[in-house]
Ligand binder design. Sequence first.
Ligand code: DP6
Length: 404
Amino acid sequence: MKDNLIYTDLPPRLIELNKVVYNLFDSKKIFLQNGDNGFSSAPSNIALVKYWGKKNDELQLPLNSSISFTLGGFRAFTKVTVQGRSVEKSENHPMLFKHKLFLNNENLETKIPLKMEKIINTILLPCIQSLALEIKSQNNFPTACGIASSAAGYAALVGSIADLLQLDKHFSQDNLLYWLTQWARIGSGSATRSVFSDKDFFVKWKVEDQLPENKKIYSDTLSIPYNEKWTDLNHLVLVLDSSEKKISSSEGHQYVHTSPFQNIRLAGLNSKLHLLEQAIANFDFKKVQEISEEDAILMHAVMQTSSPKACYLTHETSDIIHSFVQRRNKLQAEAFWTLDAGPNIHILYMPSACNFIHDFIKNLEIKKSGSLKILKNNFSGGLMLGRNNFYEMKNKLNTTGALS
Ligand code: DP6
């Protein structure tokens, strides 16, 4: 392999993928030409035990393990097209060529984020040095307001490049997902939990506490065994504010060490993760509820006591959660809330709690003012590659509609 890896700080497993892809190019099993396309659609996810804080920014190593629920109906749709050998050089890396990014059906070219450029170049640059891609990406839910749009976006990006390279012909599905989950995390940590198949409802991003022989800390993402009853779990988001957050998650992660609550949160986390896995396997709804709600509170306590503060909550969010918990407890409804890095409230509930949810929403003050949007995630599904899946999924979600 040519010694032209420009990122020396890659996770070791990504360097392995680099070598495999390089060999496929070298033996002419992969070749690209102008106009070739790759398509992918990827789900978002909501963490029940959150990833907040990094051990290492470059390697995207989290301070703690996390567990998420896959949001199959909130998806990013990404299409990449080879646009020949661009002569325009990138600003960020003068030796690289410039890719073009268009977001959410806009005709305007958006500045390509550094992390996105790194994702693309990580795998492609050692293999093919003068490639320019056009990337068109669209979400069926609001961006950057606490619905993990970067998770879906980066998962769909690596999926579309994998489709462009037709990697599914050279890897088993499990193997391919394994590589892609490592690759997606370079763009956004939470994206590593969005690269899973339809059967993977709950996903754990696990960081190893014990150092392996090479003394490097590493992390892995795996699907968690679950009781079948969870397949009936419903999810919706009360969108109180869909404007973009002022402090990005990537920035917020940097301040965790300044919060007095950080060590308190971390201290109990490993045993909570263990209990959560057990509760997911045994369908212990109450336990999942307790652990999820507590970790959402603790994560926001860390955010709000960091310096500088990352305050995502509004009074409205707190009031709605308060009345949700009161009524839920009174009715013993199988429903719980959680939050991402934003003011919008995620609610997860079993069919037995549908009436409670319906009445709760109907009576919300903000509902009466007409400014509440409710996003229903009514589809389960994992990462999908290929043109047919892409259009089939797009049509399905357009007709069922995430927005109501
Ligand atoms: C609050 O994955 O968005 O959503 O790795 O810097 O891109 P980067 O951060 P990101 O952080 C997500 C934080 C969270 C909790 C979670 O999803 O676990």
